[in-house]
Design a protein around this ligand. Structure first.
Ligand code: G3H
Length: 208
């Protein structure tokens, strides 16, 4: 069985300051994660490819790994030490925080308390003004899920917290409304290997 690896981009300049959204570059720590991720995926693809192939004939080699990113710089930059041949999908872009893009949570609470409270009351359905809700994100991920299930090679998805919560919930058969609070930490690869009854999960924290 082929693995699906899910990871957030490496730490970005916005993550360092607690800012939402935007299209920032990776921080130096994020660059280090990108290099660790490349080494991890190459090693793990070889290992799992050999384990599931006939002896001397691995099921796949690191070059077979399909790499998907969002259209945002931080995910594309995270893919670069591994490959130049990643595919960028807008459907994998982070939840659109609309009028709150570029703000911190504290700033939202202070300047737009009604937004802050409404979202806290129903994070799954709350749609940011001129932005999206988790429900919206799940809808736009539909074609990605079809594409993901069609793949025969290992797939590495480099995306964002909210989007990965939604993908993870789908693949692990968690109720959709629970996805806004699922933990998807930075600098961690979530490996999901489909089995007859769902997915086997392992997590690899590659950097602090
Ligand atoms: O910027 C968006 C975050 O990755 C999503 O986090 O839905 O917990 O606010 P949140």
């Amino acid at each position: 069985p082929r693995p699906i690896w899910l990871t957030r981009h490496g730490e970005s300049l916005f993550n360092q300051q607690g800012l939402l959204g935007g299209d920032p570059d990776l921080s130096p720590r994020g660059e280090v994660y990108a290099r660790s991720l490349a080494a991890f995926v190459r090693g793990r693809a070889r290992e799992l490819g050999e384990a599931s192939g006939i002896p001397g004939e691995p099921a796949w080699i690191p070059d077979d790994v399909v790499v998907w990113t969002s259209s945002l710089r931080r995910t594309i930059q995270t893919s670069r030490p591994l490959t130049q041949r990643s595919t960028a999908w807008r459907a994998l872009d982070e939840i659109d925080a609309g009028v709150c893009e570029g703000m911190t949570y504290e700033e939202i609470q202070l300047k737009m308390p009604q937004v802050f409270e409404a979202r806290a009351a129903d994070k799954f359905r709350y749609r940011y003004p001129r932005g999206e809700s988790y429900e919206d994100v799940i809808q736009r991920l539909d074609p990605m899920i079809i594409e993901l299930e069609r793949q025969r090679s290992p797939v590495l998805v480099i995306a964002h917290q909210a989007v990965l919560r939604a993908l993870y919930a789908y693949l692990m058969d968690k109720p959709p409304h629970t996805c806004p609070s699922l933990p998807i930490p930075l600098h961690t690869v979530i490996e999901l290997v489909p089995t007859a009854y769902g997915c086997e999960e392992r997590r690899f924290q590659l950097a602090p």
